[in-house]
Write a protein that binds this ligand. Sequence first.
Ligand code: 8YV
Length: 316
Amino acid sequence: MSDPARPDILVAAPLPAFTMDVLEARFTVHKLWQGVAPADLARVRGMAASTLAGPVGEALFAQIPGLEIVANFGVGYDNIDMAAAVARHLVVTNTAGVLDEEVADLTVGLLLATVRRIPAAERYVRDGLWPGGGFALSPSLRGRRVGIVGLGGIGKAVARRLAGFAVDIAWYGRSEQPDVAWPRYPSVEALAAACDVLIVIVPGGAATRHLIDARVLAALGPDGVLINVARGSVVDEAALIEALQARTILAAGLDVFEHEPHVPQALLACDNAVVLPHIGSASLVTRQAMGRMMADNLTAWFTTGRALTPVPETRY
Ligand code: 8YV
């Protein structure tokens, strides 16, 4: 029997305990990884999905005839087969807005860590090498021109921070933004040619797969720094490894990878790469806010018939 006060939802994969607590307090929760009987799936009206959970699409949707909404734990939703969701007229929501500043903080930290070689310098001290001589002089952020690929909420939060760093800013995005004063370039390649830092913060998915390829890296040039905080799929990882090995670019700072959580050995072997385990939004306070927003989307849908942050494709 379903309880109208506690609608049935399916959680596609484990979420942080504090988010599971919020969901369990409001809904009748079914956990896919524990196995859900068809009779229970038949009562499910909502789904909590996550980039951490792997893809969800038609194979799962088809088992849940009463599914109305998929609420994603994350701003990116390339883990959801949107064509299948739209075909079923499902509402899909993300956690837009609550993680922009957090990811922007991490992006600037990763940029500085990469250019000033902070992780290597820290290892130098720990390894007891300092008494033998000072750490090698690093490249600099001074005089650089930073190109931002994708000027959405996070891209703008990054640009606002960098405005305080006395660097020039330019950007590429699919659409003109008349309110934005920073110059826009007509293609990623043109932006890369005009800049010596490229920060990638576009949505993942088929439309942006390998947007950063060997040609873009060649345009970025031997003094160029690539920062990827978007999705691993946006960068041709094999081409990037070649560019780092051959030093046809200077360095890369990466929070995301093509086959997470696996990072190719060849990339780990590059001393000009700084690698992080996809932690852009991974502070306690921000992950709590993301979980609340996901739950609030489900609650809003079940109580008012309107989600708070439906993604553009499902604003029916
Ligand atoms: C998280 C993210 O890794 O929001 C996103 O799109 O990539 C990150 O915040 C992810 O949401 C965890 O599921």
